[in-house]
Design a protein around this ligand. Structure first.
Ligand code: NAP
Ligand code: HSE
Length: 439
C-alpha cells in the first residue's frame, strides 16, 4: 500500500513538487511508494501546469487534513492563516507534515512542534530555508554534535537576485523585482523579501536549530535593502566590497564577557538581518543571483558552507520531496527491518562511461625543436583526429626547446589520445610535460 499525500497548494512550489513526484524514473526507489491522493487549491478553474485526475483536486482543504486515508500533509500554500490552523488540524489528526512555510514556523513553531510532539508526528521543513539547499537536516543531524559559533547566510533569493543585477548591470530596483516575481522567487507579497522579513523568519529557524533554543521573532533585528542605492554599490565596489543582505546568528558569549554579564543558563545569541559590506575575498561575496549560501562555523568542525538555488519551483520541490521521502522511509520502517534511507538501497551496478568516451577540453604543453612549421604539424595531427583547437600559443623557451601550449575545444578523450600518439612520432617534438583536463 502506498503512502498517501494530501498537498495543500498547487502554486510555484506545489506544482514543482507534483511534477517531481510524477517523474519517478532514476530517482530514489521509495518514490514508487508515494501517491498524490488529494491536492487542495483556491480555484478549480485556474489552468495548471500539471495533469491530475479530477477527483484529486479540491477546494476543501479542511477535508484533506482530516481525511483518515491521508498519511502526510504537504503544506505549500503559504501565508499565516489558514495554513497554521490546517497544519495544527493535520497534526491533531495524526498526520506527519511537510511544510515550506517559514512565516508560519518562525511565528508558531512553538505551538506546532509542541502539538506534533504530543501527537507523535513529525513536522519537516527543509524547504523553509534556503530553497533547494539541504541545511535543516544537516543542522539537525550531521552537525548536531558541534558547538556552533556563527551561522551567516544569504537566505533570501529575491534580494540577492536584485542586488546582483543592480551590481552587475546597474539595473533599476523595481524592474529587477518584477523579474524576480515573474520567475517565482518572490513571496506573494514581496515586501517580506525586500524588507528583510523573509530572511528574519529563516534566520530565526536556523538559529533555533544551531543554538538549541526557541527564538521569538520580535527579537530578530531586521533591515531590508530598500535604502541600498546604485551609488552605495559602486562605492563599495571601489573599496573592495560587495553589498549583500546577510542574516547572522552568532553566539554572544564573548560580548557577554565584555559587558560583564553573568553566564546565562540558556544560549545568549545575537540574531539579525541587514545589508552588509562583505569583503570580496569572503566566501559569501561570490554568491550571486537567486543562489543562497549558509556558512556555519563551529567547534570542532570549523567552517562548512552550504550553497545552492534559494528559490524557484524545481529547487524547492527537491527539498519538499526529500522531506516526503524521509517520512515515507520512517513509515515503512515499521514494516521492514531497516530505514531505507539510512540503509544502502542499491542492488545493481551503475554503467560507467569509459574514459575514452569522455568529452572534455584539454590543456597540453609541448616542448619542441625550434623549427619552422612545428605548430602547423601539431595542428595537422589534431585535425586528423577531429580535435578542434581553441588556442595555440608559443609561450617561450626552455633551454634550446620551444614551449607550445594548446587548449582544445570539447573533444572525445579517445580522439585526443590518438592525436597525441601521432604527435609523439614527430621528430620535432621532444616531450609533452603536461596534460590536464579543462572544466
Ligand atoms: P504560490 O505560487 O502563491 O501558491 C500558493 C498555492 O496555494 C496556490 O495553488 C493557491 O491556490 C493555494 N492557496 C493559497 N491560499 C489558499 C487558500 N486559502 N485556500 C486554498 N488554496 C490556497 O506560493 P509558492 O511560491 O508556491 O509558495 C508556497 C510556500 O512555499 C510559501 O510558504 C513560500 O514561502 C514557500 N516557499 C516558496 C519558495 C519559492 O521559490 N516560491 C521557496 C521556498 C519556500 P490557487 O492556485 O488556486 O490560487
Ligand atoms: N521568497 C523567497 C526568496 C522564497 O526569495 O528567498 C524562498 O524561500
Amino acid at each position: 500500500m502506498g503512502v498517501k499525500l494530501g498537498i495543500l497548494g498547487l502554486g510555484t512550489v506545489g506544482t514543482g513538487t507534483v511534477q517531481l513526484l510524477q517523474d519517478k524514473g532514476f530517482r530514489h526507489p521509495l518514490l514508487q511508494e508515494v501517491e498524490i491522493y488529494r491536492v487542495g487549491v483556491r480555484s478549480l478553474d485556474k489552468p495548471r501546469a500539471v495533469t491530475l485526475p479530477e477527483s484529486v483536486l479540491t477546494t476543501d482543504l479542511e477535508a484533506i487534513v482530516i481525511d483518515p486515508a491521508v498519511d502526510i500533509v504537504v503544506e505549500v500554500m503559504g501565508g499565516l492563516e489558514p495554513a497554521r490552523s490546517l497544519i495544527l488540524k493535520a497534526i491533531q489528526n495524526g498526520k506527519h507534515v511537510v511544510t515550506a512555510n517559514k512565516a508560519v514556523i518562525s511565528r508558531f513553531g512553538d505551538e506546532i512542534f509542541t502539538a506534533a510532539n504530543q501527537a507523535g508526528v513529525y513536522v519537516m521543513l527543509e524547504a523553509a530555508v534556503g530553497g533547494g539547499i539541504p541545511v535543516i537536516q544537516p543542522l539537525k543531524q550531521s552537525l548536531s554534535v558541534n558547538r556552533i559559533h556563527t551561522v551567516t547566510g544569504i537566505i533570501n533569493g529575491t534580494t540577492n537576485y536584485i542586488l546582483t543585477r543592480m551590481q552587475t548591470e546597474g539595473s533599476n530596483f523595481s524592474d529587477v523585482l518584477a523579474d524576480a516575481q515573474r520567475l517565482g522567487y518572490a513571496e506573494a507579497d514581496p515586501t517580506a523579501d525586500v524588507d528583510g522579513l523573509d530572511a528574519a523568519d529563516k534566520i530565526a529557524i536556523l538559529a533555533s536549530l544551531a543554538f538549541g533554543g526557541r527564538i521569538k521573532l520580535k527579537d530578530v533585528y531586521s533591515e531590508g535593502i530598500r535604502q541600498v542605492s546604485k551609488t552605495d554599490i559602486a562605492y563599495a565596489e571601489k573599496l573592495g566590497f560587495v553589498i549583500k543582505l546577510l542574516a547572522i546568528a552568532q553566539s554572544a558569549a564573548p560580548l557577554a564577557a565584555i559587558a560583564n554579564r553573568t553566564t546565562p543558563s540558556s544560549p545568549l545569541i545575537s540574531v539579525r538581518v541587514h545589508p552588509t559590506l562583505v569583503p570580496k575575498a569572503h566566501p559569501l561575496a561570490s554568491i550571486n543571483g537567486v543562489n543562497n549560501a549558509i556558512l556555519v562555523e563551529g567547534e570542532p568542525i570549523g567552517q562548512v558552507m552550504f550553497f545552492g538555488p534559494g528559490a524557484g519551483a524545481g529547487a524547492t520541490a527537491s527539498a519538499v520531496s526529500s522531506d516526503i521521502l524521509n517520512l515515507v522511509a520512517a513509515l515503512k520502517k515499521s514494516k521492514t527491518a531497516l530505514n531505507q534511507l539510512l540503509a544502502c538501497a542499491h542492488q545493481d551496478y551503475c554503467q560507467i562511461v569509459p574514459m575514452a568516451e569522455l568529452v572534455t577540453r584539454f590543456y597540453a604543453r609541448f616542448l619542441t625543436k625550434d623549427q619552422p612549421g612545428v605548430i602547423g604539424k601539431l595542428g595537422t595531427c589534431f585535425g586528423n583526429h577531429g580535435v578542434s583547437l581553441e588556442s595555440v600559443v608559443q609561450t617561450g623557451f626552455q633551454g634550446e626547446l620551444a614551449e607550445i601550449v594548446v587548449v582544445t575545444h570539447d573533444v572525445q578523450e579517445g580522439d585526443f589520445r590518438q592525436a597525441l600518439t601521432e604527435i609523439q612520432t614527430l621528430t620535432a617534438v621532444d616531450s609533452i610535460p603536461s596534460l590536464l583536463r579543462v572544466l
